[in-house]
Design a protein around this ligand. Sequence first.
Ligand code: URA
Length: 209
Amino acid sequence: MSGVTVIDHPLVQHKLTLMRKKETSTASFRRLLKEISTLLTYEVTRDLDLTVLDIETPLGPMQAPILEGKKLVFASILRAGNGLLEGMLDLVPAARVAHVGMYRDHETLQPVEYYFKAPEDLASRLVIVVDPMLATANSSVAAVTKLKERGARQIRFLCLLAAPEGIERFRAGHPDVPIFTASIDERLNEKGYILPGLGDAGDRMYGTK
Ligand code: URA
């Protein structure tokens, strides 16, 4: 699918299978989520631009590669997006963090914004928007629209699972934003859940119901 990268690394696929299992406990789910989000971050940042820095090793000078440009922004769509942040920040500790509070009205399935906080200078940074589930894409389309209104120009979307319907809708709304996911599942059910999926990601990571 154009604009969509499926991260098929064996460790990612293995951990995702364990997360999908209904017997997996909240503690294990959370640990796996942290591990998998680190691996996903590695892949989503694979092509970042490098520049060179003059340094001295104990044996002499060299020009060494270093990331170019301003610090990344990880933009979490609350609340489930937060589950991905810890692993991401382990790998990129200097990243800035934005929070976009979107919940899905269970009747209409439409997104309702209740919170927004982001660094000022979004225009000059790569923004990686995270939400574990790209289902109807209503929340993610609205969150990316908001980030663009606040200046973001270079955006990537990272999730664990995507439904074909969600990908289509997201790409229609934001064709300039590439999607990275560990799996494209079969479809959405009538309640907007991904099948076979892993259930409600927020409930599984926080032990709610
Ligand atoms: N959100 C979830 O947590 N799970 C789904 O399957 C769809 C949306």
